[in-house]
Design a protein around this ligand. Structure first.
Ligand code: AMP
Length: 296
């Protein structure tokens, strides 16, 4: 694995590697996994998937200041380059791109990539500007890496919908590959931010995965009263004294439009998305439900 910190070096390395592979008669597709580092098994699942589908795997580790609000955790976001390098290498990453902030933003950017509508709800509503920051940095990274496929976790389901919309709207050539959420054994969705949780906060945070594991049953029991299911989720979460709800949403996916009834059409996807603070830590989790004829 080669660690690279500048855009020009990464571009050159990728051209060379592609030429080598082409000369030996193999295909040379690039799989790309963009992350903010402090890697865990969720990230590893994306790298493994990329490795199984592409000849060249590029991982980026970049804590992108543009996607953090002024009172958010940019400064204290956990970082561990040595550990990240070891995990990336173990997953078979070929190029680990770890640029400094001034490499990505040598001067304040006057250009911005912005997706409308689906960024106004859920995390977009509580984190103004967040998705502009995400779309801008992901576009830049796509320009730099020029991947055939890019791997994103459904843990951030709205992010997947937004990136897919951007790729469609702007005719980007990359294929977006959504990957399932990886969880701790007790159900907590893996996240770099889990290290912020105190013991009791972490215990109470299990309510999120617990609610999501039951919500399909609740929706099937009252498909015409989505509002009642919403209230049931809120009540269950608030039984945990440390829980402070940012949002609970039951929406169509990927439009993120609210739904009134849970059986709109066969094949329709419903997203149940949660954002809840425990202590100072904001956690998100979700479940994507596909309606089948039997309602299963
Ligand atoms: P982050 O480093 O948090 O920006 O995440 C980088 C990528 O890893 C994003 O596509 C996330 O959706 C994905 N990811 C984060 N946590 C998980 C998880 N628990 N399971 C699967 N993918 C994840």
């Amino acid at each position: 694995m080669i660690v690279i910190r500048t855009i020009s070096e990464l571009r050159n390395a990728l051209v060379n590697r592609k030429q080598e592979l082409q000369a030996s008669g193999t295909t040379s597709e690039i799989g790309f996994v963009p992350t903010m580092g402090f890697l865990h098994d969720g990230h590893a699942s994306l790298m493994n998937r990329a490795k199984s589908e592409c000849e060249i795997v590029v991982l980026s580790v970049f804590v992108n200041p543009l996607q953090f609000g002024p009172n958010e955790d940019f400064e204290r976001y956990p970082r561990d380059e040595a550990r990240d390098s070891a995990l990336a290498e173990a997953c078979g990453v070929d190029f680990l791109f770890m640029p400094a902030v001034h490499e990505m933003y040598p001067q304040p950017s006057k250009s911005n990539v912005s997706v409308s509508k689906i960024t106004e709800r859920l995390c977009g509503a509580s984190r103004p500007g967040h998705f502009d920051g995400v779309c801008t940095v992901v576009s830049k990274l796509f320009q730099i890496v020029d991947p055939n496929r890019a791997y994103f976790g459904l843990k951030d389901a709205q992010q997947v919908a937004v990136i897919q919309q951007m790729v469609n709207d702007l005719n980007m050539r990359v294929q977006i590959v959504p990957c399932p959420t990886i969880r701790e054994e007790d159900g907590l969705a893996k996240s770099s931010r889990n290290v912020y949780l105190q013991k009791e906060e972490r215990k109470q945070a299990l309510v999120l995965s617990r609610v999501l594991s039951e919500v399909d049953r609740w929706l099937n029991d009252s498909p015409h009263d989505v509002q009642a299911v919403h209230q049931r989720i809120v009540n269950t979460i608030l039984q945990q004294p440390l829980a402070d709800i940012d949002y609970v949403e039951i929406v169509h996916y990927p439009s993120l439009e609210p739904i009134q009834t849970y059986r709109p059409e066969i094949g329709a996807l419903t997203l149940v998305a949660l954002a809840v603070r425990f202590g100072g830590t904001r956690l998100i989790d979700n479940r994507l439900l596909e309606y089948t004829e039997k309602g299963e």
